[in-house]
Design a protein around this ligand. Structure first.
Ligand SMILES: [Zn+2]
Length: 147
């Protein structure tokens, strides 16, 4: 998952680096807790859990495009779920052991904010067998223009 051989996508914005104090001013307290302190919003309450609107999900902290509605699927887990990010290099991965077992954390590649976790091998009928379990509050959906 961490191979560096792919070429970066052209739309990739420059890295965003801010102090925790700057993030605190920009974000709401709950956004700050999730994006900068890796908290998890409660299940089934997030704005985008069951959203089927077509569009692009961007990072709430820096605006980088992260996921698309075309890779979103119904996982019934209580959080928005995607089987792949918008592009390989829009997110980065960190393994954490906060619950006593390894989990793969997903962060925004542009500003290093926490987004959620990715789980594999759960048997969902998707092309990747991956579930990117992402906090709604970490993203902003920009609906696609009407065709
Ligand atoms: Zn970001």
């Amino acid at each position: 998952m961490s191979e560096q051989t792919s070429s970066p996508s052209p739309a990739r914005p420059a890295k965003v680096i801010k102090s925790e104090q700057e993030w605190k001013i920009q974000l709401t307290p709950m956004e700050f807790r999730v994006l900068r302190q890796a908290a998890t919003e409660p299940p089934h309450v997030g704005e985008y859990t069951d959203t089927t609107t077509e569009g692009v999900y961007s990072c709430k902290a820096c605006g980088a495009e992260l996921f698309r509605s075309t890779e979103k699927f119904e996982s019934h887990c209580g959080w928005p779920s995607f089987f792949a990010p918008l592009a390989k290099d829009t997110v980065v991965y960190h393994t954490d052991h906060l619950l006593g077992y390894p989990r793969t954390e997903v962060r925004c590649a542009t500003c290093d904010s926490h987004l959620g976790h990715v789980f594999s091998g759960e048997g969902y009928d998707t092309p990747t067998d991956l579930r990117y379990c992402i906090n709604s509050i970490a993203m902003t959906l920009t609906p696609a223009p009407e065709a």
